[in-house]
Design a protein around this ligand. Structure first.
Ligand code: SAM
Length: 219
């Protein structure tokens, strides 16, 4: 079995192992297909390609990481993205999660606060042919008001609480995945479903360890 197939196997195993907390035993075909298709080696930092198919985060410079493939798969799964939907990502990082979203959704809007990472992700995404992605450099905690409302929002850095601006920019019926908690402490991955009257209903999914969300809009 090659290393990529082994990673997919390991993620499938981890899905089963965590099902009692996540509520999902398997990945949907859309997410599994995207995971099999997106080349993680195109998004990792130069020199770390040999580790691209290990199920762990890797450094991408500037104190940041490309997320663990299982976490990327799980967050994408729980967003329940539909092909016609528009999604906002806060924390482009390497662009790997962005590519996963671009495989499934109609349009992806992604914000990164570190300009050098945003530039590198733009190059990687365009080299992989993703034309349905728009990138912006800035504080993603403030969202992207000109493009709101979004069907789904994914935040890939941990906030002290759910940023108000992001909840406001989620449409009724929309879903948000966000790690919440202190900088170096107990963080939980939350799934927030915004109901028809605009109230966000929270469900805690798993304990996680993410780099912190920076900036004034972090909640
Ligand atoms: N999904 C990314 C990946 O797989 O490469 C995750 C990258 S890393 C875990 C989180 C990213 O969030 C970092 O690149 C960091 O610079 C970015 N970030 C932190 N605070 C931010 C903010 N306020 N606005 C936008 N991006 C932010």
């Amino acid at each position: 079995m090659d290393e990529r197939a082994a990673l997919l196997d390991e993620i499938a195993h981890e899905m089963r192992e965590t099902a009692r907390w996540t509520g999902r035993t398997t990945l949907s075909p859309r997410v599994a297909d995207a995971l099999a298709k997106v080349k993680r080696e195109a998004f990792v930092a130069p020199g770390t390609e040999p580790a691209a198919y290990e199920n762990r985060p890797l450094p991408i410079g500037h104190g940041q990481t490309i997320s663990q493939p299982f976490v990327v798969a799980l967050m994408t799964e729980l967003l329940d993205l539909q092909p016609a939907e528009r999604v906002l990502e806060v924390g482009t990082g390497s662009g790997y999660q962005t590519a996963m979203l671009a495989e499934i959704a109609d349009r992806v809007y992604s914000i990164e606060v570190i300009p050098e990472l945003a530039e590198r992700a733009a190059v990687a995404l365009s080299s992989q042919g993703y034309a349905n992605v728009e990138l912006r450099t800035g504080d993603g905690g403030l969202g992207w008001p000109e493009q709101a409302p979004f069907d789904a929002i994914i935040v890939t850095a941990a906030a002290p609480d759910v940023p108000r601006a992001l909840l406001d920019q989620l449409r009724p019926g929309g879903r948000m995945m966000i790690p919440v908690g202190p900088r170096h402490g107990d963080q939980e991955l939350l799934l927030i479903s915004k109901n028809a009257v605009g109230i966000g209903v929270r469900r805690s999914v798993l304990p996680v360890a993410f780099v912190p969300l920076t900036g004034g809009g972090r909640g």
